[in-house]
Write a protein that binds this ligand. Structure first.
Ligand code: PEP
Ligand code: MN
Length: 346
């Protein structure tokens, strides 16, 4: 339930009403847009007497929120959320670019790629240290050693680190050493994991599950947010369809649809959607035009010999070409890419 308050309602009246509602057992969050204040009520609102609330002199209107996701709902937060990640942000007017290899393979490799993607304009470094592989016989990641290598690359370049967490056992190490925790497609509905990252304040990049609906995806965001961590960024990375020529199908409509339903930022990952490097440029451009808040692109120094996802990785040179095109396209759309130059001092 959302209570719309009359324009110019004094802060003291808002607080009194919020306290009264909280005493009835619901959680109340106060938010406002340019003109008015709102109280968002979460929990069992069935016991509240709407007529009674409406009779309050400061209440203009009551809106029932039908959707099961509340904190992720745009009705609860009319403005776009801008999430702080390290010294960068995601959401708002500029686009962020997360780039790097699928897996961290060595300190030398991750530092080399980090320098190249930064020079091309990326402002976040990705690299998997714990890898969700289809086969138990495939490379599983360098684990804690990989996290240490990512930190070394951050030290060299200043780029905030984004990497995937697969198990609650490693959560403390992640909170200590990464700037954004990635929850991968395969774990989008690992509710225990979602609740645990929800208890931290580290930003979470929540990838869409392989066959998740928008509602299921937003309910997973709600799991994280309901525990207290509202720093959630969604990532469209392609969904399963009947098509076998491409790895997944990039659902470009997810961008405007999610923006309508939610205030959370959404980035597009054309690398995991396409599964092959020749598909990455089209997907990235489509993401920008659709209004995404950023891109995630896999970049490898030697794709042919990559330990995972080599077919879809761009070389650093190809990534630089894509970034030039992305910059121009963003301008056409009246937006811009965040300036990695702003963090070049590091
Ligand atoms: C990844 O980002 O390397 C990854 C495994 O992505 P997804 O969970 O989208 O498959
Ligand atoms: Mn990958």
């Amino acid at each position: 339930m959302i209570i719309v308050l009359k324009q110019g309602t004094p802060a003291e009246d808002i607080r009194q009403l919020a306290d009264r509602l909280e005493s009835k057992g619901v959680a109340v969050s106060h938010f406002s847009d340019a003109r008015r204040d709102f109280l968002g009520l979460i929990g069992d609102t069935s016991a509240l007497d709407e007529h009674h609330i409406k009779a309050n002199k400061v209440v203009e209107q009551i809106i029932r929120v039908q959707e099961p996701y509340k904190k992720a709902n745009r009705k609860f937060h009319p403005d776009n959320s801008v999430i702080q990640v390290g010294d960068q942000t995601i959401g708002g007017d500029t686009l962020g670019v997360i780039a790097g290899p699928c897996s961290v393979e060595s300190e030398e490799q991750i530092i080399q790629v980090a320098k190249r993607v930064k020079a091309a304009g990326a402002n976040f470094l990705r690299g998997g240290a714990f890898k969700p592989r289809t086969s138990p016989y495939s490379f599983q990641g360098l684990e804690l050693e990989g996290l240490r290598m990512l930190q070394a690359a951050k030290k060299e370049t200043g780029l905030p680190i984004v990497t995937e967490l697969m198990s609650t056992s490693w959560i403390d190490a992640f909170v200590e050493s990464v700037d954004m925790i990635q929850i991968g497609a395969r774990n989008m509905q690992n509710f225990d994991l979602l609740k645990e990252v929800g208890k931290t304040q580290t930003p979470v990049l929540l990838k869409r599950g392989l066959s998740a609906t928008y509602k299921e995806w937003l309910m997973s965001a709600e799991y994280i947010m309901s525990e207290g961590n509202e720093n959630v960024i969604l990532c469209e990375r392609g969904i399963r369809t009947f098509e076998t020529e491409t790895r997944n199908a990039l659902d470009i409509q997810a961008v405007p649809a999610i923006k309508k339903l939610s205030h959370l930022p959404i980035v597009v990952d054309p690398s995991h959607a396409g599964g092959e490097s020749y598909l990455v440029e089209a997907g990235a451009k489509a993401g920008i035009v659709a209004g995404a808040d950023g891109l995630m692109i896999e970049v490898h120094n030697d794709p042919e010999n990559a330990w995972s996802d080599g077919e879809q990785c761009l070389t650093p040179d190809a990534f630089a070409v894509l970034m030039d095109k992305a910059r121009k396209l963003a301008e056409v759309e009246g937006r811009s890419l965040q300036q990695a130059a702003e963090i070049l001092g590091k």
